[in-house]
Design a protein around this ligand. Structure first.
Ligand code: LLP
Length: 444
Protein backbone atom coordinates (compact mmCIF):
# COMPACT_ATOMS: atom_id res chain seq x y z
CA UNK A 1 0.00 0.00 0.00
CA UNK A 2 1.32 3.40 -0.92
CA UNK A 3 1.59 5.66 2.15
CA UNK A 4 -0.29 8.96 1.82
CA UNK A 5 -0.05 12.22 3.75
CA UNK A 6 1.26 11.71 7.27
CA UNK A 7 1.09 7.89 7.14
CA UNK A 8 4.24 6.17 8.36
CA UNK A 9 5.27 2.80 9.70
CA UNK A 10 6.76 3.03 13.20
CA UNK A 11 9.65 1.02 14.62
CA UNK A 12 7.24 -1.67 15.84
CA UNK A 13 5.93 -2.17 12.34
CA UNK A 14 2.60 -0.48 13.06
CA UNK A 15 0.85 2.07 10.88
CA UNK A 16 0.67 5.64 12.15
CA UNK A 17 -1.38 8.51 10.74
CA UNK A 18 -1.11 12.07 12.03
CA UNK A 19 1.40 10.74 14.60
CA UNK A 20 -1.34 8.51 16.04
CA UNK A 21 -0.84 4.77 16.22
CA UNK A 22 -3.60 3.07 14.23
CA UNK A 23 -3.53 0.01 16.52
CA UNK A 24 -4.28 2.27 19.48
CA UNK A 25 -6.94 4.19 17.55
CA UNK A 26 -8.67 0.89 16.80
CA UNK A 27 -8.51 -0.07 20.47
CA UNK A 28 -9.88 3.31 21.61
CA UNK A 29 -12.57 3.92 19.01
CA UNK A 30 -13.34 0.38 17.81
CA UNK A 31 -13.53 -0.87 14.23
CA UNK A 32 -14.47 -0.36 11.49
CA UNK A 33 -13.07 3.13 11.89
CA UNK A 34 -12.57 5.89 9.34
CA UNK A 35 -9.43 7.90 10.05
CA UNK A 36 -9.09 11.34 8.42
CA UNK A 37 -5.68 13.00 8.15
CA UNK A 38 -6.23 16.71 8.85
CA UNK A 39 -2.77 17.69 7.65
CA UNK A 40 -3.37 16.18 4.23
CA UNK A 41 -6.84 17.73 3.91
CA UNK A 42 -5.36 21.14 4.68
CA UNK A 43 -2.46 20.56 2.30
CA UNK A 44 -4.87 19.70 -0.53
CA UNK A 45 -7.02 22.75 0.25
CA UNK A 46 -3.92 24.95 0.18
CA UNK A 47 -2.76 23.53 -3.15
CA UNK A 48 -6.15 24.32 -4.66
CA UNK A 49 -6.31 27.73 -3.03
CA UNK A 50 -2.81 28.63 -4.23
CA UNK A 51 -3.50 27.40 -7.74
CA UNK A 52 -6.83 29.18 -8.18
CA UNK A 53 -7.51 31.82 -5.58
CA UNK A 54 -4.05 32.75 -4.34
CA UNK A 55 -1.39 34.90 -5.95
CA UNK A 56 -3.74 37.76 -6.79
CA UNK A 57 -6.17 35.65 -8.78
CA UNK A 58 -9.79 36.06 -7.78
CA UNK A 59 -10.93 32.59 -8.77
CA UNK A 60 -12.80 30.50 -6.23
CA UNK A 61 -12.51 26.96 -4.90
CA UNK A 62 -15.58 25.26 -3.46
CA UNK A 63 -15.26 21.97 -1.62
CA UNK A 64 -17.86 19.50 -2.93
CA UNK A 65 -19.35 18.39 0.37
CA UNK A 66 -20.94 15.28 -1.14
CA UNK A 67 -17.51 13.63 -1.02
CA UNK A 68 -17.63 13.72 2.78
CA UNK A 69 -19.94 16.03 4.66
CA UNK A 70 -19.17 16.65 8.30
CA UNK A 71 -19.30 19.93 10.24
CA UNK A 72 -15.65 19.48 11.31
CA UNK A 73 -14.63 19.23 7.64
CA UNK A 74 -16.64 22.40 6.87
CA UNK A 75 -14.62 24.17 9.58
CA UNK A 76 -11.34 22.97 8.06
CA UNK A 77 -12.10 23.82 4.43
CA UNK A 78 -13.70 27.12 5.41
CA UNK A 79 -10.64 28.13 7.43
CA UNK A 80 -8.47 27.36 4.37
CA UNK A 81 -10.44 29.90 2.32
CA UNK A 82 -12.63 27.47 0.37
CA UNK A 83 -16.34 27.84 -0.25
CA UNK A 84 -18.76 24.94 -0.30
CA UNK A 85 -20.79 23.12 -2.94
CA UNK A 86 -23.86 21.48 -1.41
CA UNK A 87 -26.34 19.19 -3.12
CA UNK A 88 -29.33 19.11 -0.81
CA UNK A 89 -31.16 20.82 2.01
CA UNK A 90 -29.49 18.35 4.36
CA UNK A 91 -25.98 19.33 3.30
CA UNK A 92 -26.96 23.00 3.46
CA UNK A 93 -28.35 22.50 6.96
CA UNK A 94 -25.15 20.85 8.23
CA UNK A 95 -22.97 23.52 6.60
CA UNK A 96 -24.95 26.35 8.18
CA UNK A 97 -24.91 24.56 11.51
CA UNK A 98 -21.12 24.45 11.24
CA UNK A 99 -21.18 28.24 10.88
CA UNK A 100 -20.30 28.31 7.18
CA UNK A 101 -21.07 31.72 5.63
CA UNK A 102 -24.08 31.22 3.35
CA UNK A 103 -22.73 33.52 0.68
CA UNK A 104 -19.81 31.10 0.20
CA UNK A 105 -22.20 28.20 -0.46
CA UNK A 106 -23.46 27.12 -3.91
CA UNK A 107 -26.53 24.87 -4.08
CA UNK A 108 -26.61 22.16 -6.75
CA UNK A 109 -28.99 19.37 -7.66
CA UNK A 110 -31.00 18.10 -10.62
CA UNK A 111 -34.26 17.93 -8.70
CA UNK A 112 -34.26 20.39 -5.84
CA UNK A 113 -37.58 20.47 -4.06
CA UNK A 114 -39.54 23.69 -3.58
CA UNK A 115 -38.79 23.58 0.14
CA UNK A 116 -35.04 23.13 -0.47
CA UNK A 117 -35.09 26.14 -2.80
CA UNK A 118 -37.01 28.17 -0.22
CA UNK A 119 -34.51 27.13 2.45
CA UNK A 120 -31.62 28.21 0.19
CA UNK A 121 -33.28 31.56 -0.59
CA UNK A 122 -34.03 32.20 3.08
CA UNK A 123 -30.47 31.35 4.13
CA UNK A 124 -28.99 33.62 1.47
CA UNK A 125 -26.75 31.09 -0.28
CA UNK A 126 -24.25 32.60 -2.70
CA UNK A 127 -25.49 30.91 -5.87
CA UNK A 128 -28.17 28.46 -6.84
CA UNK A 129 -27.05 26.39 -9.81
CA UNK A 130 -30.19 25.89 -11.89
CA UNK A 131 -30.31 22.53 -13.64
CA UNK A 132 -33.46 22.46 -15.80
CA UNK A 133 -36.46 24.39 -17.18
CA UNK A 134 -38.78 23.26 -14.39
CA UNK A 135 -36.42 24.63 -11.77
CA UNK A 136 -35.83 27.86 -13.68
CA UNK A 137 -39.50 28.72 -13.54
CA UNK A 138 -39.97 27.42 -10.00
CA UNK A 139 -37.03 29.37 -8.58
CA UNK A 140 -38.10 32.58 -10.31
CA UNK A 141 -41.55 32.23 -8.74
CA UNK A 142 -40.26 31.29 -5.26
CA UNK A 143 -37.71 34.12 -5.27
CA UNK A 144 -40.49 36.52 -6.26
CA UNK A 145 -42.70 35.23 -3.44
CA UNK A 146 -39.95 35.71 -0.89
CA UNK A 147 -39.13 39.14 -2.29
CA UNK A 148 -35.52 38.42 -3.22
CA UNK A 149 -33.34 38.40 -6.27
CA UNK A 150 -31.60 35.03 -6.56
CA UNK A 151 -28.09 34.94 -8.02
CA UNK A 152 -27.88 31.93 -10.29
CA UNK A 153 -25.62 29.94 -12.57
CA UNK A 154 -27.08 27.65 -15.22
CA UNK A 155 -25.75 24.11 -15.42
CA UNK A 156 -24.87 23.14 -18.97
CA UNK A 157 -24.15 19.65 -20.31
CA UNK A 158 -21.30 20.52 -22.66
CA UNK A 159 -21.22 17.20 -24.55
CA UNK A 160 -17.75 16.21 -23.35
CA UNK A 161 -17.05 12.49 -22.85
CA UNK A 162 -14.50 12.02 -20.09
CA UNK A 163 -12.91 8.61 -19.55
CA UNK A 164 -14.33 7.41 -16.29
CA UNK A 165 -16.76 4.84 -15.03
CA UNK A 166 -20.15 5.21 -16.78
CA UNK A 167 -21.91 5.94 -13.50
CA UNK A 168 -19.70 8.93 -12.68
CA UNK A 169 -19.62 10.58 -16.12
CA UNK A 170 -21.91 13.58 -16.33
CA UNK A 171 -20.91 15.94 -19.15
CA UNK A 172 -21.96 13.79 -22.12
CA UNK A 173 -25.01 14.49 -24.29
CA UNK A 174 -27.03 11.64 -22.81
CA UNK A 175 -26.98 12.87 -19.21
CA UNK A 176 -29.65 13.66 -16.66
CA UNK A 177 -27.79 16.80 -15.59
CA UNK A 178 -28.05 20.30 -16.96
CA UNK A 179 -29.27 22.11 -20.08
CA UNK A 180 -28.10 20.41 -23.26
CA UNK A 181 -25.74 22.58 -25.24
CA UNK A 182 -26.01 20.91 -28.63
CA UNK A 183 -29.78 21.18 -29.16
CA UNK A 184 -30.30 24.82 -28.21
CA UNK A 185 -31.73 24.14 -24.73
CA UNK A 186 -28.84 25.89 -23.01
CA UNK A 187 -29.27 29.05 -25.12
CA UNK A 188 -33.00 29.04 -24.48
CA UNK A 189 -32.38 28.68 -20.73
CA UNK A 190 -30.05 31.69 -20.81
CA UNK A 191 -32.71 33.75 -22.56
CA UNK A 192 -35.36 32.76 -20.02
CA UNK A 193 -33.02 33.45 -17.09
CA UNK A 194 -32.12 36.88 -18.47
CA UNK A 195 -35.80 37.78 -18.74
CA UNK A 196 -36.74 36.34 -15.34
CA UNK A 197 -37.61 39.13 -12.93
CA UNK A 198 -36.35 37.48 -9.77
CA UNK A 199 -33.19 35.84 -11.04
CA UNK A 200 -29.80 37.44 -11.46
CA UNK A 201 -27.87 35.36 -13.97
CA UNK A 202 -24.16 35.47 -13.16
CA UNK A 203 -22.77 32.78 -15.41
CA UNK A 204 -22.65 29.11 -16.29
CA UNK A 205 -21.66 25.85 -14.68
CA UNK A 206 -20.58 22.45 -15.97
CA UNK A 207 -19.20 19.29 -14.40
CA UNK A 208 -17.99 16.61 -16.78
CA UNK A 209 -17.59 13.76 -14.32
CA UNK A 210 -15.45 12.41 -11.55
CA UNK A 211 -12.17 10.49 -11.11
CA UNK A 212 -10.82 11.99 -14.36
CA UNK A 213 -7.11 11.94 -15.16
CA UNK A 214 -7.02 13.44 -18.66
CA UNK A 215 -6.34 17.15 -18.53
CA UNK A 216 -7.52 17.44 -22.13
CA UNK A 217 -11.07 16.66 -21.06
CA UNK A 218 -10.98 19.61 -18.62
CA UNK A 219 -9.33 21.85 -21.24
CA UNK A 220 -11.99 20.92 -23.79
CA UNK A 221 -14.81 21.57 -21.35
CA UNK A 222 -13.39 25.01 -20.53
CA UNK A 223 -13.03 25.82 -24.23
CA UNK A 224 -16.53 24.63 -25.13
CA UNK A 225 -18.01 26.66 -22.27
CA UNK A 226 -16.06 29.77 -23.26
CA UNK A 227 -17.15 29.37 -26.89
CA UNK A 228 -20.70 29.21 -25.62
CA UNK A 229 -20.26 32.33 -23.46
CA UNK A 230 -19.12 34.13 -26.59
CA UNK A 231 -22.08 32.81 -28.58
CA UNK A 232 -24.38 34.08 -25.83
CA UNK A 233 -22.71 37.49 -25.90
CA UNK A 234 -23.20 37.71 -29.66
CA UNK A 235 -26.83 36.59 -29.55
CA UNK A 236 -28.06 38.38 -26.44
CA UNK A 237 -25.55 41.11 -25.68
CA UNK A 238 -25.12 39.71 -22.15
CA UNK A 239 -21.58 39.05 -20.89
CA UNK A 240 -21.24 36.36 -18.25
CA UNK A 241 -18.95 37.20 -15.36
CA UNK A 242 -18.66 33.75 -13.78
CA UNK A 243 -17.78 30.27 -15.02
CA UNK A 244 -17.89 27.28 -12.69
CA UNK A 245 -16.14 24.24 -14.14
CA UNK A 246 -17.16 21.72 -11.47
CA UNK A 247 -14.91 19.15 -9.90
CA UNK A 248 -13.69 15.76 -11.06
CA UNK A 249 -9.92 15.58 -10.68
CA UNK A 250 -8.98 11.93 -10.11
CA UNK A 251 -6.89 10.54 -7.29
CA UNK A 252 -4.59 7.58 -6.69
CA UNK A 253 -6.38 4.54 -5.33
CA UNK A 254 -4.12 1.84 -6.74
CA UNK A 255 -1.18 1.43 -9.09
CA UNK A 256 -3.61 1.68 -12.06
CA UNK A 257 -4.17 5.35 -11.27
CA UNK A 258 -1.99 8.20 -12.49
CA UNK A 259 -3.60 11.46 -11.46
CA UNK A 260 -2.03 14.75 -12.51
CA UNK A 261 -1.02 17.11 -9.69
CA UNK A 262 -3.56 19.77 -8.64
CA UNK A 263 -1.24 22.48 -9.94
CA UNK A 264 -1.18 21.01 -13.46
CA UNK A 265 -4.94 20.62 -13.48
CA UNK A 266 -5.30 24.27 -12.48
CA UNK A 267 -2.84 25.39 -15.16
CA UNK A 268 -4.66 23.41 -17.83
CA UNK A 269 -8.01 24.97 -16.98
CA UNK A 270 -6.75 28.47 -16.56
CA UNK A 271 -4.70 28.38 -19.76
CA UNK A 272 -7.65 27.09 -21.72
CA UNK A 273 -9.91 29.86 -20.39
CA UNK A 274 -7.26 32.52 -21.00
CA UNK A 275 -6.75 31.35 -24.59
CA UNK A 276 -10.47 31.60 -25.27
CA UNK A 277 -10.67 35.02 -23.67
CA UNK A 278 -7.90 36.17 -25.95
CA UNK A 279 -9.46 34.57 -29.00
CA UNK A 280 -12.88 36.17 -28.39
CA UNK A 281 -11.61 39.31 -26.72
CA UNK A 282 -13.84 38.26 -23.83
CA UNK A 283 -13.41 39.75 -20.33
CA UNK A 284 -12.06 36.92 -18.19
CA UNK A 285 -14.88 35.51 -16.05
CA UNK A 286 -14.27 34.61 -12.43
CA UNK A 287 -13.63 30.87 -12.36
CA UNK A 288 -14.84 28.40 -9.78
CA UNK A 289 -13.88 24.77 -9.33
CA UNK A 290 -15.57 22.25 -7.04
CA UNK A 291 -13.15 19.51 -5.99
CA UNK A 292 -14.41 16.86 -3.61
CA UNK A 293 -12.51 13.60 -3.98
CA UNK A 294 -9.10 15.23 -4.48
CA UNK A 295 -9.46 17.16 -1.20
CA UNK A 296 -10.54 14.36 1.15
CA UNK A 297 -10.08 11.07 -0.73
CA UNK A 298 -6.39 10.36 -0.08
CA UNK A 299 -6.75 11.76 3.45
CA UNK A 300 -9.04 8.93 4.56
CA UNK A 301 -8.23 5.41 5.63
CA UNK A 302 -10.53 2.72 7.00
CA UNK A 303 -9.35 0.27 9.62
CA UNK A 304 -11.10 -3.06 10.06
CA UNK A 305 -10.61 -6.04 12.33
CA UNK A 306 -10.03 -9.32 10.54
CA UNK A 307 -12.35 -12.15 11.58
CA UNK A 308 -13.26 -15.31 9.70
CA UNK A 309 -10.77 -16.71 7.18
CA UNK A 310 -11.95 -19.24 4.60
CA UNK A 311 -9.38 -21.02 2.48
CA UNK A 312 -10.44 -22.86 -0.68
CA UNK A 313 -7.15 -24.59 -1.61
CA UNK A 314 -6.03 -23.83 -5.13
CA UNK A 315 -8.85 -21.32 -5.57
CA UNK A 316 -8.89 -18.44 -3.10
CA UNK A 317 -8.46 -17.44 0.51
CA UNK A 318 -11.24 -15.16 1.74
CA UNK A 319 -10.34 -12.91 4.66
CA UNK A 320 -13.43 -11.30 6.16
CA UNK A 321 -13.43 -7.93 7.91
CA UNK A 322 -15.99 -6.35 10.23
CA UNK A 323 -17.28 -3.85 7.63
CA UNK A 324 -17.67 -3.98 3.86
CA UNK A 325 -20.04 -2.60 1.25
CA UNK A 326 -21.95 -0.75 3.97
CA UNK A 327 -18.98 1.52 4.72
CA UNK A 328 -17.43 1.34 1.24
CA UNK A 329 -19.85 0.55 -1.59
CA UNK A 330 -17.43 1.73 -4.28
CA UNK A 331 -15.93 -1.67 -5.23
CA UNK A 332 -19.44 -3.11 -5.63
CA UNK A 333 -20.77 -0.06 -7.49
CA UNK A 334 -17.86 0.90 -9.72
CA UNK A 335 -15.45 -2.05 -9.53
CA UNK A 336 -13.17 0.39 -7.67
CA UNK A 337 -9.75 -0.93 -6.67
CA UNK A 338 -8.15 -0.21 -3.31
CA UNK A 339 -4.86 -0.92 -1.59
CA UNK A 340 -4.55 -2.35 1.89
CA UNK A 341 -2.03 -3.12 4.60
CA UNK A 342 -2.09 -5.17 7.79
CA UNK A 343 -1.71 -2.23 10.18
CA UNK A 344 -0.23 -4.24 13.07
CA UNK A 345 2.17 -6.23 10.85
CA UNK A 346 3.26 -3.57 8.41
CA UNK A 347 6.90 -4.66 8.38
CA UNK A 348 6.34 -8.40 8.16
CA UNK A 349 7.21 -10.06 4.87
CA UNK A 350 4.46 -10.92 2.40
CA UNK A 351 3.48 -14.58 2.62
CA UNK A 352 0.22 -15.00 0.79
CA UNK A 353 -2.33 -13.49 -1.54
CA UNK A 354 -5.83 -13.19 -0.10
CA UNK A 355 -9.11 -11.50 -1.01
CA UNK A 356 -10.73 -9.12 1.45
CA UNK A 357 -14.44 -9.62 1.83
CA UNK A 358 -16.98 -7.70 3.87
CA UNK A 359 -19.49 -9.09 6.33
CA UNK A 360 -22.67 -8.39 4.37
CA UNK A 361 -24.97 -11.07 3.10
CA UNK A 362 -23.98 -10.50 -0.51
CA UNK A 363 -21.37 -12.26 -2.67
CA UNK A 364 -20.53 -8.93 -4.31
CA UNK A 365 -19.43 -7.56 -0.95
CA UNK A 366 -15.71 -7.66 -1.78
CA UNK A 367 -13.34 -4.85 -0.80
CA UNK A 368 -10.08 -6.03 -2.41
CA UNK A 369 -9.42 -8.93 -4.74
CA UNK A 370 -5.92 -10.42 -4.47
CA UNK A 371 -4.05 -8.51 -1.80
CA UNK A 372 -0.53 -9.58 -0.82
CA UNK A 373 -0.26 -9.83 2.96
CA UNK A 374 1.89 -11.40 5.69
CA UNK A 375 0.33 -14.37 7.45
CA UNK A 376 -2.96 -12.98 8.80
CA UNK A 377 -5.03 -14.18 11.72
CA UNK A 378 -8.34 -13.18 13.29
CA UNK A 379 -7.81 -10.02 15.34
CA UNK A 380 -5.29 -8.46 12.94
CA UNK A 381 -6.11 -4.98 11.69
CA UNK A 382 -6.52 -4.24 8.01
CA UNK A 383 -6.11 -0.65 6.81
CA UNK A 384 -7.52 0.35 3.42
CA UNK A 385 -6.24 3.65 2.07
CA UNK A 386 -7.89 6.49 0.13
CA UNK A 387 -11.35 5.99 1.57
CA UNK A 388 -11.89 9.62 2.52
CA UNK A 389 -14.26 10.44 -0.35
CA UNK A 390 -17.61 8.84 -1.16
CA UNK A 391 -17.26 6.20 1.54
CA UNK A 392 -18.89 7.61 4.67
CA UNK A 393 -21.13 9.76 2.47
CA UNK A 394 -22.42 6.70 0.60
CA UNK A 395 -22.47 4.34 3.56
CA UNK A 396 -25.64 2.47 4.46
CA UNK A 397 -27.23 0.45 7.23
CA UNK A 398 -27.67 -2.64 5.05
CA UNK A 399 -27.99 -5.74 7.24
CA UNK A 400 -28.66 -3.30 10.11
CA UNK A 401 -24.99 -2.58 10.51
CA UNK A 402 -24.42 0.65 12.45
CA UNK A 403 -22.24 3.17 10.59
CA UNK A 404 -18.63 3.39 11.84
CA UNK A 405 -17.13 6.36 13.68
CA UNK A 406 -14.88 8.92 11.99
CA UNK A 407 -11.83 10.19 13.81
CA UNK A 408 -9.75 13.22 12.77
CA UNK A 409 -6.04 12.88 13.45
CA UNK A 410 -3.50 15.68 13.62
CA UNK A 411 -0.10 15.93 15.31
CA UNK A 412 -0.76 13.16 17.80
CA UNK A 413 -4.36 14.23 18.56
CA UNK A 414 -7.29 12.03 17.65
CA UNK A 415 -10.75 13.62 17.80
CA UNK A 416 -14.01 11.93 17.07
CA UNK A 417 -15.85 13.94 14.38
CA UNK A 418 -18.68 11.49 13.73
CA UNK A 419 -19.66 9.07 16.46
CA UNK A 420 -20.34 5.39 15.86
CA UNK A 421 -23.99 4.55 15.37
CA UNK A 422 -25.57 2.33 18.00
CA UNK A 423 -28.28 -0.32 17.89
CA UNK A 424 -30.46 2.34 19.52
CA UNK A 425 -29.85 4.63 16.51
CA UNK A 426 -30.98 1.82 14.23
CA UNK A 427 -34.20 1.41 16.19
CA UNK A 428 -35.09 5.05 16.64
CA UNK A 429 -37.04 5.64 13.43
CA UNK A 430 -39.05 2.43 13.55
CA UNK A 431 -42.64 2.53 14.68
CA UNK A 432 -45.00 -0.28 15.53
CA UNK A 433 -48.70 0.48 14.99
CA UNK A 434 -50.84 -0.07 18.05
CA UNK A 435 -52.81 -2.86 16.33
CA UNK A 436 -49.57 -4.91 16.01
CA UNK A 437 -48.33 -4.26 19.51
CA UNK A 438 -49.52 -7.57 20.90
CA UNK A 439 -48.75 -9.56 17.74
CA UNK A 440 -45.81 -11.57 19.10
CA UNK A 441 -47.01 -12.00 22.65
CA UNK A 442 -47.01 -15.61 23.66
CA UNK A 443 -45.09 -16.83 20.62
CA UNK A 444 -41.63 -18.38 20.62
N1 LLP B 1 -19.47 19.34 -8.64
C1 LLP B 1 -20.54 18.65 -9.04
C2 LLP B 1 -21.66 19.34 -9.66
C3 LLP B 1 -20.58 17.25 -8.85
O1 LLP B 1 -21.65 16.58 -9.26
C4 LLP B 1 -19.50 16.60 -8.24
C5 LLP B 1 -19.52 15.15 -8.01
C6 LLP B 1 -18.41 17.37 -7.82
C7 LLP B 1 -18.42 18.74 -8.05
C8 LLP B 1 -17.21 16.78 -7.14
O2 LLP B 1 -16.53 15.88 -7.95
P1 LLP B 1 -15.12 15.24 -7.45
O3 LLP B 1 -14.12 16.36 -7.39
O4 LLP B 1 -15.36 14.67 -6.12
O5 LLP B 1 -14.83 14.23 -8.48
N2 LLP B 1 -19.97 8.50 -5.88
C9 LLP B 1 -19.00 8.57 -6.95
C10 LLP B 1 -18.68 10.00 -7.32
C11 LLP B 1 -19.89 10.81 -7.67
C12 LLP B 1 -19.53 12.23 -7.99
C13 LLP B 1 -20.74 13.08 -7.99
N3 LLP B 1 -20.51 14.43 -8.30
C14 LLP B 1 -17.74 7.81 -6.56
O6 LLP B 1 -17.70 7.25 -5.47
O7 LLP B 1 -16.81 7.71 -7.35
Amino acid sequence: MRLHGTMRINARGELEIGSCNVVELARTFGTPLYIMDETLIRQNCREYYQAFAGGGSRDGVLYAAKAFMAPAICKIVGSEGLGLDVISGGELYLALKAGFSPERIFLHGNNKSPSELQFALKSGVGRIVVDNFYELELLDRLAGESGCLSSVLLRVAPGIEAHSHDYIKTGQLDSKFGFTLGNGDAMQAVQIALRAENLHLKGLHCHIGSQIFELDAFRDAARVMMDFLEEIRVQTGWTATELDLGGGLGIYYSADDTPPPIKEYACAIRESVDESCKKWNFPRPKLFVEPGRSIVGPAGCTVYTIGAIKNIPGIRKYVAVDGGMTDNPRPALYQAKYEGLVANKAKEPVQEVVSITGRCCESGDMLIWDLSVPKVEPGDLLAISCTGAYNYSMSSNYNCLPRPAVVLVHDGNADLIVSRETYGDLAQHHLVPERLSSALRGTG
